[in-house]
Design a protein around this ligand. Sequence first.
Ligand SMILES: [Zn+2]
Length: 415
Amino acid sequence: MQAHRALVFHVAWQEPQLAWLLAEFRLIVNESIRAALKEEIRSRVRLARAAYADLSARHFIHKKYISSAFEVALSILKAHRRRLRKRKKSSVPYMRRLMLRADNQSYWLDRDEGRIRIPIRGTEGVQLQLPLSNWHRSILSDPSWELGSLTVVPGSIIVVVRQEAPLPYEPRSAIALDTNEDSLDGVIAGRDSPALLTIPLDGVRNVQATHFRRRRKLAQRKARDRRVARRLLRREGRRERNRVRQRLHNVSKSLIEFAQADHSAIVLEDLTLHGAGGRSRKMNRRLSSWPRGLIHHLIEYKAALAGVPVIKVNPAWTSKTCPVCGARRRDRVGKDFVCLMCDWEMDRQINAGMNILKTALASNEALARAVRFQPGALRDDVVSPLYDLLREGGGAREEPSGAESQAEAVTSPGL
Ligand SMILES: [Zn+2]
């Protein structure tokens, strides 16, 4: 698997050749979309066969850009077809914004100095100076990050760097988490001391609520001046995103460090699947808000770089099943899940985390070999915040050496 990272540089470039190139590229993308639509083309090879000769005869630009344009066109078409399949409204797609996408063979970048050369056509090219921050320098000076694609839009230049992620280790324990509005909740099992676990998202819900109120107030106060209102609202939105993002970065970082020190796999719901009858529509809307997707994205991304395995499971019924006897409730579940068949009772969110783990154990052999999980043993346990477990030394514990500790984890009593 490959890990990607986008380095964004704000450059107010003015070069007319570059502006011309972006306009040409947009034209080629839109012509490719039309060509692909006309002949029902979905692959780049077929699109190249159908349109390359014609486009390269009429557009005198660096030839490599034409195949990049095919890729952009096909991805726009893919989104269009998906909308049609879901019977949503979608008019014939058209790329409006100015942009250029180029693969790593097309441009040249001096990784120490930040000088970039973007070819236009023939031997003609544009040189720009990228403003390198310390963070940019730290990545560009690390040769394990390879240069990937380049995107140029008015005002910014984006360089993607990529790295071959290490193979994930064999898990010795599992951290299974249900994703909620303001926390991740679940259980850690397979280690010597299984525990109920909650990871607060550091007040993300409050941040969002505060910004929601402020935006509404702003919109009222500046209702007479749309232009000012729009600018202020945009700024509010940006601040909110930054504050939330910052918190989620920290949370995901601690989780990964904890998992890595314990050789745990992280088990999450697959958010692209819908839980069957689990949550109300209103709840679904609230949960589908972007921090939920973002925290998963950050966890998966950091996990890949750290070699921490991540397992995604279908969330169907996770919030309505008894992890002890397997009975399901078809009615609404309150703050606590109470089983009608046995005497199991557990916080609803933690309960969902336990079911997520059980689902993973049922489908993942490697995990099932390493982790024994008996929810009943945790019946009366208190829920520990991740930070407490980290302080106990879970995260800072010394790396046990390979095989013996794995055997120990498998056979440790009480699991
Ligand atoms: Zn039960």
